[in-house]
Design a protein around this ligand. Sequence first.
Ligand code: CIZ
Ligand code: SF4
Length: 356
Amino acid sequence: APSDPDLVERARAAKEQLGDRVFVLGHHYQRDEVIQFADVTGDSFKLAREAAARPQAEFIVFCGVHFMAESADILTSDAQQVVLPDLAAGCSMADMATAEQVAECWDVLTEAGVAETTVPVSYMNSSADIKAFTGRHGGTICTSSNAKRALDWAFEQGAPRQNKVLFLPDQHLGRNTAVRDLGMSLDDCVVYNPHKPGGGLTAEQLRAAKMILWRGHCSVHGRFSLDSVRDVRERIPGVNVLVHPECKHEVVSAADQVGSTEFIIKALDAAPAGSKWAIGTELNLVRRLALAHPDKEIVFLDRTVCFCSTMNRIDLPHLVWALESLAAGRTVNRIQVDPETEKFAKLALERMLALP
Ligand code: CIZ
Ligand code: SF4
C-alpha cells in the first residue's frame, strides 16, 4: 500500500531539520515506507559499520531490530545516540539465548570436562549479553558471510581440530556451515536444548561432538521446507533456488545456491536477463528485488506470506515519531549497552573484524 502522504511529508521535514545530525539506517527486511528514508541500506553488520563510519552524526536511527541497534551502539562512540523507533522490535532468534541460559550451558560443559577446549562462536543475531559471553570466553562473532572463516579460526585456537565450537544461537547457520563448508558430518553436531536439564545431552555426547549447536532458529527462514523447494521446481522449470543459510539443512541441501542477504542481492544483480529465481529469505527484500529486476523472474520460495513480524514493527508512524522527537530535542528509545557488557562484546566483534 502507498504510504500516507502526510506522514511522508512529516518524516521528510523532520529529517531535513535534523540534517547531518541524524543518520538513518535501514535493514534489508524493512518495509518500503521506511526504507525510502534510509540513508543507507544493508545487513546488520554492514549497517553497524556504516554507523561507526559517521562520527559526526549525533543520532543513529536504526530501522531494524534490537540486537542490531545494540551492535551499532557498541561500535559507535559514546557521544552518539542510537535510537530504535519501536522498542518492541526484537528478534525471536536472539531471544532464544539468554545470558542465564548460556551461563548454565557453560556450567554443563565445564562439568563434562569440555569447556576448556570449547570456543564460542556467536552469530551477529544475538543480544549484547551473548556477544559479551563470547568475548569473555575467547570466542568470536560471525555473520552469514564469514561463518566459515569464523569456524576455521575457532577450530585453530587449540591443538589443530582437537577443540569444539559452541555455536549460538542459530543451529541452522551453525550446522550448514560445519557440514557444507568444513566438511563435517551431521553426526559431528549435537543440539543443546536450554529447556532441558544438561541441555538434553549426556557428557559422553558432549565429549564426542565437534559442534555444539544452540537450539535456536529464525522463525522466518525456518518456515521454508523441502516441499517449498520441490513445489517451486515443479511450477517453474529451470528455476534457480537461492536461500539464506538460516534455512534448515534439508532446504539448503536442496537449493542451488546459499548465501547471505548481501550475496543474494549481488547474485541477482549479476544474473542474466530471462533467468528464473526462487528466493528463500524475508519477503520485503524479495519483493523489492523482484521490482528492481523486471527482466528476470523472481519469486518468493514459499506460497505463504512470510514477513519478519518484529522487523515490520518499525513502520512510518514510529519513524515519524522518532524523527520528530529528535528534532524537538527529545531523545526517545535510546539503546545503550552498559560499559562492562560493551567491553567484552566489542572484544568478540573485534576478533571477527580481524578474521583472516
Ligand atoms: O535474518 C536476519 O535477520 C539477517 C540476515 C540479519 C542480518 O542482516 O544479518
Ligand atoms: Fe530475527 Fe529472523 Fe527476524 Fe532476522 S528475520 S530479525 S533472525 S526473526
